[in-house]
Design a protein around this ligand. Structure first.
Ligand code: VGL
Ligand code: ZN
Length: 197
């Protein structure tokens, strides 16, 4: 009862054919569905951007996807338009089980991106997930989904900072891997006490 499974952003736009496709992103669906049966508490997150979001390269004239942009809150990678609210791309993968307890949407404020399920990229605005977990007595988190080196890693690192015990299951995650970001984030997570299994 003190454990939760957190399923990060298993949405069409992060799967093959999607706007920000993660290589083999759809391969996480079967292992995640199987894991869901073993947890009392299952939480899903959904990247949920308004059109013209500040994380979209198309919003910044002269900039392209995967460029880096200085924002008031720090460096931000610019992405292709993805997970636009109510679009097919923002929908969960059609084979993913979505009968979890809570769905957290994130990245809906036009001016701030949100990789983590806990805090927006300004690292101060909470999503409310911490309160949900604490009020239910949950202390141990298992994280799976997309992408390992962005939304999964940021969520895992915030969870450790907040004092949760955190496990990431590589078999049920896939990475974008921009300029070595996968290796760097795995090392980061290890140093912060994230377990892998
Ligand atoms: C993600 C980039 C932009 C993710 C979301 O889910 O990892 N990455 N938005
Ligand atoms: Zn996004």
């Amino acid at each position: 009862m003190t454990e939760a499974l957190i399923v990060i952003d298993v949405q069409n736009d992060f799967c093959p054919g999607g706007a920000l496709a993660v290589p083999d992103g759809d391969q996480v669906v079967a292992p995640i569905n199987a894991m869901m049966a073993r947890f009392d508490t299952v939480i899903l997150t959904q990247d949920w951007h308004p059109a013209g979001h500040s994380s979209f390269a198309s919003t910044h004239p002269g900039r392209g996807p995967f460029d880096t942009q200085e924002m008031p809150y720090g460096q931000q990678v610019l992405w292709p338009d993805h997970c636009v609210q109510d679009s097919d791309g923002a929908a969960f993968h059609p084979d993913l089980r979505t009968d979890g307890d809570l769905i957290i949407r994130k990245g809906f404020r036009p001016e701030v991106d949100s990789y983590s399920a806990f805090f927006e990229n300004d690292q101060t605005t909470p999503t409310g997930l911490e309160g949900y977990l604490r009020t239910r007595g949950i202390t141990d988190l298992t994280l799976v989904g997309l992408a390992t080196d962005f939304c999964v890693a940021f969520s895992a690192l915030d969870a450790r900072r907040l004092g949760f015990s955190v496990r990431v299951v590589p078999e049920a995650c896939r990475a974008i891997d921009l300029e070595g970001s996968l290796e760097a984030q795995i090392e980061n997570m290890r140093q912060c006490g994230v377990e892998f299994a």
